[in-house]
Design a protein around this ligand. Structure first.
Ligand code: HGY
Ligand code: MN
Ligand code: MN
Ligand code: MN
Length: 425
């Protein structure tokens, strides 16, 4: 009857903010930094310790734990049936210098939904699973979203295992070590059918805060492309080599980079986003002309045609740069724009509206995600959606990343409603 609260409403109301906040603080301790940030790059010893902590916490909530060949961790709460589960979660790895919320919040939110269901004595029809994806960030081993993309397309895993980090460690070895650490966790298949996937995440940008919106209904994710540019000249003596006889790789790299930024300025109206985030200079000595300079390109836009134009420009400037040396670029990561299905948006909007009304906050706001997420690959696998909470000053991928506790709490309430609705369909 419509007088008794529905299971989804009871679940939403059973979310416990104190438990949520202490779970966030407990996980943040793994790789916690003095400045309040977190350094927990994927498959490092710190990440493995955090994984063990999550396994123990999930088991304390009565979950069954499983792990797949890409070390994606799944925490499963049984339903009254064995129908296809509904999935939530995010990633537990961080940037080299990240915050305590990017990824971690979505994993812990899923576990808090399970804890709330336990408290409220609610059994859903479908099992509910919470996932901690491996290597969403892609900063240690490229590309990003390795765990979720391999889950959806397992044939990708062999290529991913060849990835090498800056210290020469091979991803496959790090992965095998991570799997060896958890002999008590049964292995499970990849690409398992899922009824739906919903990911709760911080916005990592300024849109919700500026609109004074407590919750975001994410309509889609912009396209992202990563490249590596390598300028190969000739190392030589800084003092003896005449300027007109040099193959200075830094001079070439700077010329290319300057043209790329200028190109991005010309596309500003399309909201293109260009980042040249990681540089390597060889031999990196004050008195040797750089023989090799390598830099990465992260370029994003909601309009893929803008990125196509950018790639053609990159092709032109690297092939036409007149100098004695050589310039190459290679594709590291490519994802077309993602759009989430309308029925999922409608459900999420309903969940967000109830939560924010009860908290006397403004209506939820529809937003496109500037950051990429594991949800972009899950969207190829099953009906998928995302919920955002605001980021203070729009800052993320920075130790200062922060979201008000009340907003974090509201996000989990919206997730609880959404997951129970989906699990009872
Ligand atoms: O780069 C991204 O968009 C994600 O936060 N890793
Ligand atoms: Mn993230
Ligand atoms: Mn991130
Ligand atoms: Mn010398």
């Amino acid at each position: 009857s419509n007088t008794t609260a529905s299971a989804a409403e009871r679940a939403q109301d059973a979310v416990n903010n104190e438990r949520l906040q202490s779970a966030i603080a407990a996980l943040a301790a793994f790789g916690g930094r003095d400045d309040g940030g977190v350094s927990r790059e994927t498959l490092t010893p710190i990440d493995l310790a955090a994984r063990r902590h999550l396994i123990d916490y999930a088991r304390s909530l009565g979950c069954e734990v499983g792990i797949d060949d890409c070390a994606n961790l799944f925490f499963r709460r049984a339903g009254t049936s064995d129908r296809t589960p509904v999935l939530t979660g995010s990633h537990a790895d961080t940037q080299p210098v990240g915050g305590k919320l990017d990824g971690a919040y979505g994993v812990l939110a899923g576990l808090e939904v399970i804890a709330a269901l336990n408290d409220a004595g609610i059994r859903t029809v479908r099992p509910i699973e919470v996932v901690a994806w491996t290597n969403e960030e892609g900063s240690r081993f490229g590309p990003g979203t390795m765990g979720s993309s391999a889950f959806v397309t397992p044939s990708l895993l062999d290529g991913y295992r060849q990835s090498v980090d800056k210290d020469g460690i091979v991803m496959g070895d790090a992965l095998d070590a991570a799997l060896k650490e958890v002999p008590d966790v049964p292995r499970r298949a990849m690409a398992l059918p899922m009824e739906a996937y919903v990911e709760l995440h911080i916005e990592q940008g300024p849109v919700l805060e500026r609109a004074n919106a407590a919750l975001g209904v994410v309509t889609g994710i912009q396209s992202v492309r990563w490249y590596r540019v390598v300028c190969t000249g000739m190392a030589a003596h800084a003092g003896t080599t005449p300027m007109d006889e040099r193959s200075d790789a830094m001079a070439a790299a700077m010329a290319i980079a300057t043209q790329l930024y200028a190109r991005a300025d010309q596309e500003a109206a399309h909201n293109i986003r260009l980042t040249l985030g990681r540089w390597h200079v060889g031999p990196n000595s004050i008195n040797t002309i750089p023989g090799e300079v390598e830099f990465t390109i992260d370029v994003r836009c909601v309009d893929a045609a803008v990125l196509d134009r950018f790639e053609r420009f990159l092709q032109d400037v690297t092939s036409q740069h007149a100098w004695r040396g050589n310039i190459t670029f290679e594709n590291l990561f490519y994802r077309a724009p993602t759009a989430f299905p309308q029925p999922m948006l409608d459900l999420i909007e309903k969940a967000c509206t109830r939560a924010s009304d009860l908290a006397q906050r403004g209506a939820p706001k529809k937003v496109t995600s500037g950051a990429f997420h594991d949800a972009m690959y899950m969207a190829d696998h099953c009906p998928t959606g995302m919920i955002f909470v605001p980021s203070k000053d729009g800052i993320s991928h920075n130790a200062a990343e922060e979201t008000a506790p009340a907003d974090l709490y509201l996000g989990v309430q919206a997730l609880a409603y959404t997951m129970v609705e989906l699990a009872n369909r």
